[in-house]
Write a protein that binds this ligand. Structure first.
Ligand SMILES: C[S@@+](CC[C@H](N)C(=O)[O-])C[C@H]1O[C@@H](n2cnc3c(N)ncnc32)[C@H](O)[C@@H]1O
Length: 278
């Protein structure tokens, strides 16, 4: 039988040519396999791993060498300190998107029973994180894919986000009534962007990633449609590409939104644009 220390060493060696996060990948895979915290790997390096678990670990390493994201291998990813189930039907939540959650929490009144829609909810990461931070708000988690809505329901149940309702809709088409805020991390990559051939995005569905020739098709639709669904002074907050800030501000402005601003991501680049309906 192989020990934890042997598997850590072998895993890092196997991934070192193909992954620039080899050590982290190995630690995440082993912790998930053994159902132990990261500290276990250092406290019990001599712990013997069963042959079946060892085989599973090597199968994952092979898939990781082929480029499969670790989150898809273990079916989980942390976002805003919560563990979300993920599937190949949608995007793996990204740390940069936490900025969108922070921005909405900072701008809407804490105590009021705000109504917020998350368009293109994917795993439900944004809607559920907002719902757990503000249990008296009402969140509507919207996506057009039935497979995704099943995943959202499982995340809602596991995380006990009782103030989230789930709606199948093509952007705002089936929204009812008005909202205090509409938020979205929509697809925003240009269809011919060379980054689509690199890293994790190769394995993520195109329907979650691309939006026309300049990547802005869905943002144009959401900005236009949202106006009819926002209360007076309601907030629209959208994530976008690092080089799309100016174009997104112009789209907001063309539709009459006020107090438009763009927030930076963890790397100091344009990432989230906000505006208020008149
Ligand atoms: C970039 S992913 C974002 C997922 C999640 N909100 C997150 O931040 O991790 C975009 C999501 O928009 C959904 N989507 C794409 N087109 C849509 C449409 N016309 N109506 C509703 N949702 C759509 C996709 O299914 C996908 O889940």
């Amino acid at each position: 039988m192989a020990s934890v220390a042997e598997l850590v060493r072998a895993g890092i060696q196997q991934l070192s040519d193909t992954s620039d996060s080899a050590r982290t990948d190995v630690e995440v895979l082993l912790c998930h396999l053994l159902k132990k915290p990261r500290s276990f790997l250092f406290t019990w390096p001599e712990h013997e791993v069963s042959p079946a678990q060892t085989q599973q670990f090597y199968d994952w390493l092979t898939q990781r060498c082929e480029g499969q994201p670790v989150a898809y291998l273990i079916g989980r990813r942390h976002f805003y300190s919560h563990e979300f189930l993920v599937s190949a039907d949608t995007l793996i939540p990204r740390a940069d998107t936490e900025i969108l959650v922070d921005a909405v929490l900072a701008r809407l009144p804490d105590k009021a029973a705000c109504r917020v829609a998350d368009l293109g909810t994917g795993t439900g990461a944004i809607a559920i994180s907002l719902a757990l931070a503000r249990p008296h708000w009402l969140l509507e988690a919207v996506d057009f894919s039935v497979a995704i809505l099943d995943l959202v329901q499982r995340n809602v149940s596991r995380l006990k986000a009782d103030n989230v309702c789930i709606l199948q809709s093509n952007w705002c088409a089936r929204l009812q009534g008005k909202f205090d805020a509409i938020v979205s991390n929509p697809p925003y990559i240009a269809e011919d962007d060379r980054h689509l051939q690199q890293g994790d995005v190769r394995f993520e569905p195109r329907s979650a990633l691309t939006a026309g020739a300049d990547g802005l098709d869905d943002i144009r639709i959401i900005v236009e449609q949202s106006k009819a669904h926002l209360h007076h002074k309601g907030l629209l907050a959208l994530e976008h590409g690092y080089d799309q800030g100016e174009a997104v501000r112009e789209i907001f402005s063309a539709h009459g939104y006020a107090r438009i601003e763009t927030l930076l991501d963890l790397g100091g680049r344009d990432r989230v644009t906000l505006g208020y309906a008149d």
